[in-house]
Design a protein around this ligand. Sequence first.
Ligand code: AMP
Ligand code: MG
Length: 492
Amino acid sequence: MTLQFPFEHTYAALPANFFARVAPTPVASPRLVKLNRGLAVQLGLDPDQLATPEGAEILSGKRLPEGADPIAMAYAGHQFGHFVPQLGDGRAILLGEIIDRDGVRRDIQLKGSGPTPFSRRGDGRAALGPVLREYIVSEAMFRLGIPTTRSLAAVISGEGVMRETMLPGAVLTRVASSHIRVGTFQFFAARGDTDGVRRLADHAIGRHYPELAQADRPYHALLDAVIARQADLVARWLLVGFIHGVMNTDNTSISGETIDYGPCAFMDEYNPAKVFSSIDEMGRYAYGNQPRIALWNLTRLAECLLPLFSDDKDKAIEQAQFALGEFAEKFTAAYQAGLRAKIGLFTKADGDEALVQDLLDAMTSNQADFTLTFRRLGDVALDADNDEAVRGLFINPTTFDEWAARWRQRTALEPQTPEERREAMHRVNPAFIPRNHRVEAVIQAAMNHDDYAPFEELLTVLSKPFEEQPSFAAYADPPEADQRVTQTFCGT
Ligand code: AMP
Ligand code: MG
């Protein structure tokens, strides 16, 4: 019996230049190392069937499930500011789309499943480490409430992949509300293919923003909607200390999901200039640059849409500029509201922005841990006896004392009880994030000892990031000096 996936194929029904039809290349001996059972159920798939040897073959691309119509999507993109007219899925293959239990259409994509016509010089494969990192971080983001692609499975291929050294190969099954990127629009725009841009825009509207099809100017409305979602997304990243690492236009999703987890990381001590990615030498994608880069990427999207806006180029540019001008306000509103919630404010008052900025500045100069400072601030809100837990995170604890005095004056103006404030703060300030040293340790255990127990335990902890979980308290701790991860490497 062949496993049934209730696939649909709306993307593969688009014109032939949108993709290349290509089957995955079978791997030697696939072994399932992780199945996301809850997500399988959400997709209407039977987790028990996926967990069979046949399931592992499907989730590695060795065997095609019935109804699959495998394609590699075409796209272009600006990589670190330089335009590449053809990128495309060089090591990913879309098997098809499934309507999930909530009625949402989801792409089911294998990543690391072999070469495609877009592979350029790459081998089409993925190494185990980056596959596990993407699994952990994407699922952690989901549990933090941040829009993201998800991970259905990780399968070891039984083959080596050559990077700087020989590494175990793996395939990730990624689930996304779509894989349409800013770079997908650029692919057609760069070829002067306005009809292609229009077909893609219509598809994206139908899929992600169906209500806009009725708008007076649907393509303008599409740009507005993507701007709004990206502004919200980047604000959410900043509010949990997430650094994407490779915010190229081909890694910027039209749906507003976080996509393409490569050398991404959560920061420990707060520092807006923080960069982890080994390939980001100029700090283009540093933590604090992310809003600016999102706007830069959205500007590239707007350029693609100009021919759909108006035949009058000046008018089209003016309209695009107006739309892009909204980004800053949307981002700032989301970010500031998030920050107010992080310090436990229920209302908005003059001086709040300065109050929270002064805390952030003090955290920077005192190398205070981002996640712990905000988490423990909730306990401080409950009882001043808890101050030590936060002030101890600052090199110079009196900096915190001075700030806390101002903060208490401000919170005293609100009617909420300390218990209410703490509870509200703990709902937005996670105790547990995928700290780099933990992710690294998990990957090492899997790679060196074929031990997935640490991976499973980390996933368990990260599935409830806002709960205390006393038995896993150590997972909340920042790294010791010798555990610090200073660089992350690209997911290739
Ligand atoms: P990424 O940095 O993963 O977003 O990938 C950028 C581009 O390089 C995309 O077109 C990928 O498909 C392609 N790529 C990355 N790694 C590989 C690989 N191992 N083989 C083929 N193509 C790859
Ligand atoms: Mg990419």
